[in-house]
Design a protein around this ligand. Structure first.
Ligand code: MRU
Length: 347
């Protein structure tokens, strides 16, 4: 089953807050519900958020009573603003909204009903393309995994974080499908535990050998020489290769460099934001302190205690051995290799 898809006249998605305990589906019928699903992380992971936003724009068009192209465009602009403000860091969200707005603007001769059909078809295309792109990424990245390796992974970058298949976990999946025998260490990824809950759930189903480890144990296993490779995702990659990803990525990068372990991020080109010169320009989402004080509603300290909760950090490009994309592995200097992959040149 895909993480997010169109069903009859609305959006249907897996409720990722309930995994691994229950596989529940949620139906979304309007823009506020879609924005809430993204903010509340019913759906999360940069590519999955992007596909949701693309379907969200199609849904906004369907719900609009506009009788003219201009009126529909105004409703779409408003929906796009609402969706973009739901989570700021993953560029795939803004990318998908802007793709739909561009299509709407360029289809000025289409009547509102035709435009509604076009936007839904485009959302479907974006979702289908995400799956195809991930499989291409998987094929490039799998060459880096060898029999007997242990791979360290942070957060969740699998089928749940995308429409299907995954990026960094997609590479792991592709290597497993090629018959390679290796082990994966999954950082649990506090405070929302995407590694322990979501990545472990996916690897269980795929039959990939894994252990969940506390985030704080990554250095322990690296120093003992057990980790051969680090693979993880990205929410936004700046033009120089600096990238934002789930909080804790930066410390994994520093530990990997200290221990001489190759460290790769894995992402489709829709995650690359060439408009930004460096990672300093990436907006970083700060989430509610309650996620730290009482994860999933279970208090670990009194509610009046103080906490901070940045959802992402930025890892400087110097820590990266490469960026695995659907056009091959971009290597340093990224100011040369990233513009090539973004324009569709295979490396
Ligand atoms: O807060 P999340 O769970 O949306 O964060 C997800 C990540 O940081 C992923 O690594 C990233 O989105 C890439 S998913 C293919």
């Amino acid at each position: 089953m895909r993480t997010v898809f169109w069903h009859d006249d609305h959006i249907r998605m897996i409720d990722q807050r309930r995994i691994p305990w229950e596989l529940e589906l949620v139906d979304l019928y309007d823009t506020p519900a879609v924005a809430h699903a993204i903010y509340d992380m019913i759906v999360r992971g940069a590519p999955a958020i992007g596909a949701t936003a693309a379907f969200g724009m199609a849904l906004a068009a369907l719900n609009s009573t506009a009788a003219s192209h201009d009126a529909l465009l105004a409703d779409l602009d408003a929906a796009g603003e609402k969706l973009k403000s739901s989570r700021p860091t993953a560029v795939n969200l803004a990318w998908a909204v802007d793709c739909q707005l561009k299509l709407a603007r360029e289809s000025s001769s289409a009547n509102p009903d035709d435009l509604r059909d076009l936007l839904l078809a485009e959302a479907q295309r974006i979702a289908d393309e995400d799956v195809a792109v991930n499989m291409r990424i998987g094929a490039y990245g799998a060459a880096l995994i060898h029999d007997g390796d242990t791979v360290l992974h942070h957060c969740n970058t699998g089928a749940l974080a995308t429409v299907d298949y995954g990026t960094a976990l997609g590479v792991i999946r592709a290597a497993h499908e090629q018959g390679k025998r290796f082990h994966v260490l999954l950082d649990e990824t506090r405070p929302r535990l995407q590694g322990a809950r979501l990545s472990a759930w996916e690897l269980e189903q795929l039959g990939v050998s894994y252990d969940i480890i506390p985030d704080t144990a990554a250095g322990f296993y690296m120093r003992r020489g057990e980790v051969k490779l680090v693979l993880l995702g990205a929410d936004r990659i700046a033009g120089n290769g600096d990238f934002a990803n789930k909080i804790g990525t930066y410390q994994v990068a520093v530990l990997a460099k200290e221990n001489g372990i190759p460290f790769y991020t894995v992402a489709p080109i829709s995650t690359i934001d060439l408009a930004l010169a460096s990672g300093d320009e990436i907006p970083i989402e700060e989430r509610d302190a309650a996620e730290v004080l009482a994860p999933f509603g279970n208090p670990i300290v009194p509610a009046h205690f103080h906490a901070r909760n940045p959802a992402f950090d930025v890892t400087p490009h110097r820590y990266l051995a490469g960026i695995i994309t659907e056009y091959g592995i971009a290597r340093p200097p990224f100011t040369d290799s990233l513009p090539k992959v973004v324009s569709g040149v295979t490396l």
